[in-house]
Design a binder for this molecule. Structure first.
Ligand SMILES: Cc1ncc(COP(=O)(O)O)c(C=O)c1O
Length: 384
């Protein structure tokens, strides 16, 4: 397969695709919110899907051995992580696994520790299940968002704390945790005997030359207390096909998870399975080109925003920039930029209304237009 960067420059009209992203705002607003890119998926995925659709007969389907092998090979190649096929749990999405984990591994009133601002399902999962959400602040250290470790220890030490929900790479903020940082977090999980759910859905979207370290791969104890959640959906833009997987090495935890899952959470559908095999087996070249394109978009955004009062820390991973707009003194920053024609995610949904999250997983020309709209809105605001 040959891929040139121009595939990411192509403008695709998604207005008639029932796209969540493109249905939220009127046509005059560029949607830059939900974590969904405006790029076509790689040809290898389209080819595999077409082939499967052509075959016809769409009955119940189990997970092919080829997918288990493709995942194992992906985890070894990218992270040096050897995972047994029996430790994988195949799922129709990652969010259901977050919610299910909270319900299986804790009981009403138990404390769930969550560093944030963070992707809102990590905080919603404990709240919807009547658990006590123990939020832990994040602070900026050496230009990166990291959990406040003193606060984290206090939270973990609470007598009702049972679980820790981690997002690595972090959404929003894009931190790729280092081994030292992960070991420090693990030390607390071990000391206070917490089950860890590590949402690693963005692990294949690292824009710098940094390794992703699966939390469960740190050591034997981490492997024993961790539910790792991963998916090809963000990386290959196939979220609508509904496929994710969990790695649960501890057989007691895996059995408990599977027991509650049975009958409640559907198996992944065959098109999701088909796409996942193609992505992991054949998508590497496209993936590399994507990372380069996203890094260029990140750099463009960072450079242009550096001339404005909006603050953006260096983003190590994801295509979701976390923008501090507090210096603008706006009453409703989210609405201000929607009115200016840029529909970002409201920081309030992640835990801080002084921030906005901008999705730059789009053609450069679209990003340029959005930046221009932001700059014009700022000029008008500053002049008023
Ligand atoms: C950290 C994180 N976890 C999970 C999800 C969604 O997972 P899924 O679509 O597989 O339910 C997202 C989507 O934005 C995310 O950013």
């Amino acid at each position: 397969m040959s891929t040139s960067f121009s595939v990411f420059d192509v403008l695709i009209d998604r207005s008639k695709m029932c796209s969540d992203k493109w249905s939220k705002y009127p046509e005059s607003v560029i949607p830059m919110w939900v974590a969904d890119m405006d790029f076509d998926s790689p040809n290898c995925i389209k080819k595999a899907l077409n082939q499967r659709v052509e075959e016809g007969v769409y009955g119940y389907t189990h997970t092919p051995k080829a997918l288990v092998e493709a995942i194992q090979s992906h985890l070894v190649k990218r992270y040096g992580w050897n995972v047994s096929g029996t430790h994988l749990v195949h799922l129709p999405g990652l969010v259901c696994a977050l919610h299910l984990s909270v319900r299986v591994f804790s009981k009403e009133g138990d404390g769930i520790v969550v560093p944030g601002p963070v992707y809102y399902h990590l905080t919603k999962a404990p709240l919807l299940a009547d658990r006590e959400l123990t939020s832990v602040g994040m602070l900026v250290e050496n230009g990166r968002w990291v959990p406040n470790m003193a606060e984290l220890e206090t939270a973990c030490a609470k007598s009702n704390s049972k679980m820790l929900l981690l997002c690595n790479p972090h959404n929003p903020g894009g931190t790729v945790y280092t081994k030292a940082e992960l070991l420090a977090i693990h030390k607390l999980a071990e000391k206070y005997d917490l089950i860890v759910v590590s949402d690693e859905i963005h692990c294949d979207l690292i824009l710098d030359d940094l390794p992703h370290i699966p939390f469960a791969s740190l050591n034997e104890d981490a492997a024993n207390r961790t539910i790792t959640l991963m998916a090809p959906s963000k990386t290959f833009n196939i979220a609508g096909l509904g496929y994710a997987f969990a790695v649960i090495e501890n057989s007691q935890l895996r059995q408990a998870f599977n027991k509650e899952r049975a009958g409640l959470i559907a198996s992944p559908n065959m098109l999701g399975l088909t796409a996942a095999i193609a992505a992991y087996e054949e998508g590497q070249e496209w993936h590399q080109a994507l990372l380069q394109y996203l890094a260029e978009n990140r750099n463009l955004l960072a450079e242009r925003l550096s001339a404005t009062p909006i603050k953006m820390l260096h983003l190590e991973a994801t295509y979701l920039a976390w923008l501090d707009v507090s210096a603008l003194g706006l009453e409703n920053p989210y609405q201000f930029f929607v009115d200016a024609g840029v529909g970002m995610s409201d920081g309030k949904d992640f835990g801080n209304a002084n921030f906005l999250r901008l999705n730059f997983g789009c053609p450069k020309s679209v990003l340029e237009e959005a930046i221009q709209r932001i700059e014009s809105a700022l000029e008008t605001h500053q002049a008023s």
